[in-house]
Design a protein around this ligand. Structure first.
Ligand SMILES: [Zn+2]
Length: 746
């Protein structure tokens, strides 16, 4: 008769009789219950252990086995002999001591820990890792220490600081005392342990860590001793490739906090590497947070941290992992596309929340400036595209079933009305990512068929670049610094949207941002933050525009004022007047070239005398694609290309001096394409500049109200290089190629 008692994970006990034999590969068992005489099937996943009155067929008592201590997740601890042939697919057998022949089948997922009852030193010796001499010496030393009962033993007992003292008392010695294990295994002497511990008294460090710090043992030696003791596998993470499902089961945050790394997930079994096998709370924590049954394996902390870095931090496909994990469920979720009833709009579940978070972070990591959520009609999927380096690229595709939930999630994050689906809405999302606060400006636009598109502009609260990092040719850098050092006047940065004007102005402000200066900025939006600046976000909705901000600044004792944009005549007029009354004023304008900006302002009704007096300089700029530094290759026909560039420069600059670079400077490169740049050959962008300095001759020309061509010619006589000239020099230096320059400069 196969009488048994089943202990469920819930703590309930069921007595009964097996109705069919229990075999190695079984995942469930059928039992005729004693109480109700009914036949029930239990999955091994819901069982903690099964206690048999006599061992199941095929398991003899006589054979060799190891003595182990096993604790179940229900909290009971057993001393059992684990026979060599006692391993089953979903668990293992342990024989209870005594004549009763009682046998326990422990499910793998029901075990909190198991450990070999032998001394670690004995295990290492049995495995041939420690010599008999060394082991005997260590054991003798340990015995002497025990007889003396000195402080060292107490110190060592305290050394495992993560153990609850009550629990340690209850289970006596089963918590591995790291110091003892190391002494037992002959890796160090007790004196070394004691000395190491005394030198760190008062600090919460484990003896093992201390010994590693002191160079007496390696972490690998310590972990291999502990792994053996706790019957855990020791793995080399460098040779392991984690499964996508496992990575999806543990978040980066949890992995970092617990210092663990997930390896595989099969059914409910989640294999996870830890570097702290003595810390039983790790398994408990994983069981609780992931709802899977963790199987711990041991790996060095160095490898765990490297794996977290490799597979979470630098992974661009994290979003895909999550999407893959969600694929299976997609069919079961349905959202009514055309429904107006807000009761049907639900709070998105945690998967949607983490998916949206990951998309926002993924976009930031990939250097995107915008994220486009584009819901397809009907059952078409949701397309997510990123704008990177000025171009939209496909990023992710999400099953149609999640479209509504994702939009709702974005609205909730941006504090928008989730019930409003017919009008456009805008808001912003703040997201903490590591040490930074990321800001996204959200624009929700209703589309036909009840769909809503969302565009998120990423305003990474970035730090200003130093002036030298802007990529100004030295010719321009010197002249630019020269005008920045003037006490008052107006400096303009011009170019189309997305040409990097704000970046340049902030670098300029950074250059003059000193204790003695009061600097006000009015921006829309504030994209770059700088300590020492008083930055103000204008808000057109409530009538707080640039002109209003400017007037307010002038009453607030400024030295330097930055106005995000001179959008209208009123703002421009106040800005120019401010620069004439002892302030340094910075602003931007949407014009194509530096001379055009000057001409345009006069056309807008600015007083030519006032403006020319105030003018310090106008910097026009453009962004062009940069050749990927990882794969660009020198072009073979350097001479031929040099001649072409010189001819092009001559055509623009005529006979002006100092424009033609020497052939020795030629370093033409060409695009190749590699993994880094997604095969395009280009990565990131470079800025092209055109700096018109307000010299005496330029001022006179502005006052005279000359046309654009004449002003350009005069400015070039005064040392201005046009955008295209600047670009050609950068082609010659191998930063980009001619094709890209011709694209952005007419
Ligand atoms: Zn490349």
């Amino acid at each position: 008769m196969n009488e048994l008692t089943i202990k469920l994970k819930t703590g309930d006990e069921i007595k009964g009789v097996l109705t069919r034999s229990f075999k190695y590969q079984d995942t469930d068992l059928e039992v005729l219950t004693e109480e109700n005489k009914e036949t029930l099937v239990f999955s091994l996943d819901e069982i903690c252990y099964i206690r048999f009155l006599s061992p199941p067929a095929g398991i003899g008592r006589g054979g060799r086995g190891t003595l182990e201590e096993v604790q179940t997740i229900a909290g009971e601890t057993f001393q059992v002999t684990v026979p060599a042939n006692g391993k089953f697919l979903k668990g293992f057998l342990g024989l209870l001591p005594g004549e009763s022949n009682q046998t326990i089948f422990f499910t793998d997922s029901g075990v909190r820990y198991r450990q070999d009852a032998r001394y670690t030193g004995q295990i290492l010796h049995d495995q041939g890792l420690v010599s008999t001499d060394k082991l005997e010496a260590a054991l003798k030393l340990q015995e002497e220490q025990a007889h003396r009962g000195d402080d060292a033993a107490i110190l060592l007992a305290d050394a495992v600081d993560e153990v609850d003292p009550h629990e340690a008392q209850r289970h006596e010695m089963h918590h591995a005392r790291v110091g003892d294990i190391l002494v037992e295994s002959g890796l160090v002497t007790r004196e070394q342990v004691e000395a190491a511990f005394k030198s760190q008294k008062g600090k919460k460090l484990q003896v093992g860590e201390l010994l590693i710090m002191k160079g007496l043992i390696t972490e690998e030696q310590l972990l291999s001793a502990l792994a053996t003791k706790f019957r855990l596998r020791f793995v080399d993470l460098e040779t392991v490739i984690p499964s996508e499902a496992a990575l999806g089961a543990i978040s980066e945050g949890l992995a970092t906090r617990l210092r663990v790394f997930p390896i595989s997930l099969e059914g409910r079994k989640l294999v996870v590497a830890t570097c702290a096998p003595t810390d039983l709370t790790i398994g408990d924590n994983l069981r609780f947070s992931t709802n899977f049954a963790p199987e711990l394996v041991v790996a060095p902390s160095r490898q765990i941290l490297a794996a977290i870095d490799k597979y979470y931090r630098n992974r661009v496909e994290t979003v895909d992992t999550l999407l893959n994990a969600m694929k299976g469920e997609a069919e079961s979720v349905t959202i009514e596309e055309e429904v107006d009833d807000t009761r049907l709009l639900f709070e998105p579940d945690s998967k949607i929340i983490s998916l949206v978070n990951r998309i926002l972070i993924d976009a930031y990591r990939r250097g995107a400036s915008d994220i486009h959520f584009e819901p397809g009609a009907g059952n078409e999927p949701l397309n997510i595209r990123y704008r990177i380096d000025g171009e939209c690229v496909h990023a992710h595709k999400v099953s149609a079933s999640y479209k509504g939930a994702i939009t709702v999630r974005i609205k909730i994050m941006a504090d928008l009305n989730i019930a409003e689906r017919r009008r456009p809405q805008s808001g912003k999302i703040l997201l903490r990512y590591r040490q930074q606060m990321l800001e996204y400006r959200v624009e929700i636009t209703p589309m036909v068929g009840g769909r809503e598109g969302a565009v998120l502009r990423l305003l990474a609260a970035s730090k200003p670049l130093p002036l030298a990092g802007l990529g100004l040719l030295s010719h321009n850098l010197e002249r630019f610094i020269d005008i920045l050092d003037k006490p008052h006047g107006i400096i303009l940065c011009v170019g189309p949207t997305g040409s990097g004007k704000t970046t340049t102005l902030h670098s300029a402000l950074g250059h003059i941002n000193t204790q003695e200066r009061k600097i006000w900025t009015a921006e829309d939006p504030v994209e770059i933050t700088q300590a020492g600046l008083c930055q103000v976000q204008v808000n057109a909705k409530i009538g707080f525009n640039f002109a209003e901000a400017l007037r307010s600044f002038l009453r607030a004792d400024p030295d330097v004022i930055m106005i995000g944009e001179m959008r209208d005549a009123e703002t421009s007029k106040i800005a120019i007047e401010a620069s004439l009354t002892g302030h340094l004023v910075f602003s931007t304008l949407h014009t194509n070239s530096a001379p055009e900006a000057a001409v345009r302002l006069i056309e807008m009704g600015m007083d030519p005398f006032n403006f020319s007096d105030a003018l310090l300089g106008i910097l026009a700029q453009r962004l062009a694609k940069r050749l990927c530094a990882a794969c660009r290759k020198p072009a073979r026909d350097q001479r031929q290309r040099y001649d072409e560039v010189v001819a092009a420069l001559r055509q623009i600059a005529g006979d002006r001096e100092g424009v033609i670079p020497d052939f020795k400077e030629a370093n033409f490169m060409k695009a190749v394409g590699c993994e880094e740049c997604a095969g395009t050959g280009y990565k990131g962008r470079i800025a092209l500049h055109e700096l018109m300095v307000g010299t005496e001759k330029v001022k006179v020309a502005v006052r005279r109200g000359v046309g654009m061509d004449e002003l350009r010619s005069i400015a070039m006589d005064e040392g201005m290089w046009t955008l295209k000239m600047d670009g050609l020099v950068k082609v010659l230096r191998g930063e980009t190629d001619l094709e890209q320059i011709l694209k952005v400069c007419m």
